[in-house]
Each structure stands twice: as structure tokens, then as C-alpha cells.
Write a protein that binds this ligand. Sequence first.
Ligand code: MTE
Ligand code: HPA
Ligand code: MOS
Length: 755
Amino acid sequence: MINIDTHTHVRGESIYLDDITELQGTLYAAVYGAPVAHAKIISLQIEEAAAMPGVHRIFTYKDIPGINQIGGIVADEPLFAHNEIHFNGMPIALVVAESVEIAQSAIKKIKLETEALPVITDPRVAKEKGLLITPPRTFKIGDSENAFAKCKYIFEGVAETNGQEHLYIETQGAYAIPLEDGSFKIYSSTQGPTAVQRHIAEVLSLPMHRFEVDTTRLGGGFGGKEDQATVWAIFCALATFHLKKPVKYSLHRMEDMRMTGKRNPYSSDFKIGLTEDLKILAYEASFYQNAGASADLSPAVLERTLFHSTNSYHVPNVTATAYCCRTNLVPNTAFRGFGGPQGMFVIEAAIAKAAESLQVPASEIQYKNLVKTGDEFPYGQIAESEAIACWNKADELYDVKKKRKEIEDFNATHTQLKKGISLMPICFGISFTKIFMNQARALIHVYQDGSIKLSTGAVEMGQGVNTKMVQVAAMVLGVKPIHIKIASTNTYRIANTSPSAASATADLNGKAVEMACNAIMERLIPLAAEILKAEPSEISIVDEWVYIKDLKSTLHWKTLIAEAYLKRIGLSEHSHYATPVINFNASIEKGHPFAYHVYGTAITTVTLDCIRGTYEIDAVDIVHDFGQSMNPTIDLGQIEGGLVQGIGWMTMEEIVFDDEGKLRSNALSTYKVPDIYSVPKKVNTHFLKTDQENMAIFRSKAVGEPPLMYGIGSYFALRNAVLAFNPQSSIALSAPITPEKVLMGLYLKKPTLND
Ligand code: MTE
Ligand code: HPA
Ligand code: MOS
């Protein structure tokens, strides 16, 4: 089934926030963000700006009827700066005016006097100073300390990954409309309509039932709108609350880049111990997460770093400790993979270092340590593993030996160009790591004419979840997909939604849809049996016709529904799904947190220009564990999009803050994302055939985040190409591996004792 959004997308008819027809009298908001990263506020002058023609009002913390607090996990995030500024771009005042242009020019008239405080941008410095947002956490299995004594080889090092700008095509935004009797409707480009509803209610000190939050779709979220869509919606709601006028705020790209959080950068220490035959016996890691100025989702992101610190390897002795470090950067947040990629990079770096020192291909170490069914992860869950199946299939299909030989021959005969190869296995746990978030609801209405409206808590952000929801309903009810329409995601129809995140949206909401449809079928089947004088057990509906056993009857869906209505049978259903089995005890850091894991292997080959430091990715060959994909076209799109986003993070996307905590890469002229010229020349994706039971909807495993981690392979393939040119290269285990870093790495040697 093709993506149901395809036609409106290509005709430019899909409605994003900024396409919503505006009501007469709509006003426009803009934020005055702090010009420095850390300071005491001495005085704020808004009078001149407020007096400008067309400016309706300027709001500050003084205008908040409820709490000046929007922290989701930790209450450490003021909506407006009050006494102190914590990061450059922190909202201080909100201008509301008759046009965006007036609002923007009023901002320039605001004056602020501050007294500078020391700026911290480095998470290790923050840790030294005791600036931790939450206490450190440690995942532990076996006894790494004693196990190191039994290791033949031990390697230690530092690995670093930088942040990443979400760069959703649609920037953040919201539009609030006053309704009668103190209620409000808020259109929000958010992954989490309920989070928006809850925080607006808290800031305005009103009950949640006053706020109808509505989301038709996002022009991309990638985690950036899981939590951080909320502030813009609160600003609009606050202004609407006071002014009784519709207020809209759709951020300029540069405002969005400056004022919203990114992927958390990490700096990490690792120590890996191997036996003579290259089994990883012990692994220790310390993760220093750059959370930015407040918690946002960082503690949860950090938790997933720990869950995925051993990637798809079985390591019997592990001690992994993670620090959530407060710095004076914009609060960082969820980004596809949610800390998993940051954890996986470190163990891959450790393996690379071991392999380089021992003069063996990293893949030899990787393969020997892949997790098997029955192995225990450091957090106590027992693996049901497809890691080896994926790896073996990739090896067989794409002939790694042959590729390696070709690369060796190429490198032996070329001096200016060098090729490199890497294998990247992945293992990603599916479920929110906060157990309570693994719940969802669906609401279905079958109208008298047989057409169907379906509501869920799922937010469509390009990942195709709406199409999958239609598929589930069509399958269970036996009706054609064209007769099912998805409603916008709306807090009045579906309450208490978890954000669409953790790759679990289709699973959670799809299961709720399945339940709602089954409940309707339980009422329709006896009616059909009665009409056709058959046994209910013999009845099924296929393609809108009622069948008795395998025989098509003359009873059509439409007739059945019309009859059901006359018989006063309920044609609507609301259902609730909560993932069974999963559990986690944070006091011992053990449990069974994931409904299942997704596995895969990617082989990346690259060519490096050793004079310029530039490179191309020749091919990425993937074997991926989809379970039984319910929509191979959409799922393939997720693989390719995730892969390219991962390659961008690992190779070219470079977020730069200066020492004053000011974002320098603040526009598309200074921040480069992959384009058509930088994507791999070839991407092959093979769907691993499996018939195992799993907890995914229709056994179609979650696919949103895992493929991003295939991009990590590009870092190591490039590193190998650098080492092919200069085996003594001192290139650091630090991503992104930009052409500049490659060029330096090609010619800078490791210091020796004689230096
Ligand atoms: N794909 C597109 N096109 N746009 C997005 O914003 N977000 C990713 C992934 N794929 C995203 C995407 C992220 S971060 C997640 S968690 C999942 O989709 C969320 O959707 P799912 O749970 O339906 O997979
Ligand atoms: N993934 C994504 N978002 C989340 C998670 C998670 O595991 N936990 C809380 N928010
Ligand atoms: Mo995705 S980072 O869980 O929104």
C-alpha cells in the first residue's frame, strides 16, 4: 500500500502548521532570546519596543498565571529567564504584534543589562565542578575489574561524538485560538500533543480539559519535537490567554537553530579487555553527556546510552557509568536513536582501537562477540538474537571477503586514492525506557454509510504511521483502505498520549487500533451470521464482502453497517493498549525493558581522496531484521532516511559553539547536511526472513530509529581508509570525521618516544 500522504505531498496540498488558514485578527509572536550564555539579569527594558506601532504586548515571566516551569523530567527549566540566563537564546521576553516583521523589529529595541557568569560548554568540566543534573547511573554485569586481570589484551581510550541539528524541514511552531468559556484550541507541530496540553495547563494554571491540542502532521520531528515543541505552543497560548486573540508563532530557521536543543554530544572513556582468541571479556565505559542548561529529556537519553553501551555484543563483564552534565548550552534533547547511537559509537571505537593495535580487521572481533539467543544483556534481559543471522546473511549476499580483497588490491595500486570498509552490526531495544509511557489509545467510528474515521495518539511526521494505522484497520475489518480516513491527532479525541517516539508509535497505536476493530467485529459478526443464517464462527469479511466459510455471500459491508445502525449496535469503539511483559527496576538497574530488539548489519565502503581529504561513500549494503514488514516501501524509506541521517551525523554535520556558548553553525550556510551528492552511491537493503513471534504489530518490527546507527559504519570505513594511507595516523576517535579532520589525520602521525 502506498503512503496515504503521497498525493497531497506531491501536489503541495498537505497542511502543515504554517498552511492553516488564519483567522481574522491573528497576531504573531517572536521571542527575545538571551544574547549571552550565562549571566545575572540586572535590568530589562521593554518599554520602547512595546510602544512601537503594531506591537500589542510584550510578555515576560511576570505575566505567567501559573508556574514559570516547563521541565518534563526534572523541574529545572524556566519558561522565561527570571534572575539568571542559562544559555544563549534562552527566552526572556515574548513580543506579540500585528505582523512577524513588526515583532522581529520590536525585539531589536529590547535592552538588557547583565553581569557575566562563567560559561561552561564542556561536559567533563561540568562534571569536575559537580554540575550533574541527575545522580550518575551505573549498569553492571559480572565483575569487570577482576575480569581485566584475565584478559590478554587491554585497550583504553577516549571517544567523542558531537551533537546534531534535527533540521526537520518544517521548523517549530504553534497557533493558538481562543474558544468560548475559557477554552483554547492549539495547533502545534509536536510529536507529543499531551505534553503540550499538560505544560500549557501548568503555565496558565488551568485544568487540561481547557486545551484542545491538534496536530495534523509534522514536516519532520526526528525527536526534536518530542519535548521541545512545547515552549512555542505555551507562548502562543499565554498570549492568547491574555489578549483573547489568535496568536501564531512559526519559527524562522535561524531562530529554530539557535533556540532549540540538538542531539546530546558525548565525551566518553572506554576500557576493553580481550582474551587471546579475541573474545571481549570485560568492558568499562564512562559517558559524559552534554545535557545543556536543563534536563529536558537528557536523563532518559542517557539511560538509553547505558542500555545500548554494548551494542549487539555479548560481554559477560561490564561496568558502564553515565553522567548527565549541566552546561550553558541550549538544552539538548531526543534525536533519532535517543542516546543509543552515542553509546554504540564508544564500543565500536574500543573495538576499532583493539583491532588497529592487534593488526586484525575489526570485523573479526565484532563477529566473535555477537549476541546470541539466551545471552544476558547487562540490564538483565535475555536476548532473542538475530545478530548472527543478519551478519551471516550480509556476508553471504555481499561477499565481504571479495570486497576486502578488491579494496586491498585497489589500495596497493593507488597512492592518491584509498578505500576503506567497515561492518556495523546494530541492536536496538523497542519500547520507551520509561515503562509507563508504553501505552496508547485508538478511537474508531464507523458511520452509517460504512465509511470509517480513525483516531489514534500517533503523530504522522513522515514516517508513514498513518498509512500503517489504516492498514491495521483495513486488515481487521476487511474493508478497503480508501474507506478509512485518519483524523488529526487531537487531545479531545485521544487523551494522555505518549509522544510519537521510541520507534514504538506504530506498535503501540496499531495494537490499540487492532483492539478497537476487533471489538467492532465482535458485534458485527453475530449480526452478519443472523442475517445470513450461519454460524458466527463461519463468518468473515474480505474486501468488504461477507463470507460464509470460503463462500462469498450477497451481504456487503455497507448493507451490514446500515443494518447494524438500525439494530442500535454500537459502531464506535475506544480502546486502550499497554505493552505486556516489560518491566524495569531502576534501583538495581535490571529487568526486561524492551518488547523486543531489532537487529541488522551494514557494510560500508568508501573512497578517500588523500590530497584533498574529501571522500565518497561507494556503497552501503544492509541486511535488516524487519520481522514481517507490513509496508516494505515505507520501511525501506525509513532505512534509507535513517542511514543518511546517521552518515550526516558521523561525517559532515558539525555543530560549533564558541567558548562563550554562542552557536556558530547557526544557518544552512555553516551547517552542512547530506545532500544528493553526499549520499552513498548505492544502498542495498535485504529484508531478513524470520518467522519468530514478536510483540510488534502484525509482527512488523519497529523501524524508525535503528537504521540511523548503520551510519556509524561510515565513520569507521573512512577511518580505515585514512589508516590505509597512513598507518601511523593520529586521527582521534572523534566524530564527525569531516574532510578537515580527515586531511589532518592523513598527515599527522602519532607522537613517538623520540618526538
Ligand atoms: N521519519 C521521518 N520521515 N520523519 C521523522 O521525523 N522520526 C524518527 C523516525 N523516522 C522521523 C522518521 C524518529 S526519531 C522516531 S522515534 C520514529 O520515526 C517515530 O515514528 P515511529 O515510532 O512511527 O517509528
Ligand atoms: N525513546 C524515545 N523517547 C523517549 C524514551 C525512549 O526510550 N523514553 C522517554 N522518551
Ligand atoms: Mo525519536 S528520538 O524517539 O523521537
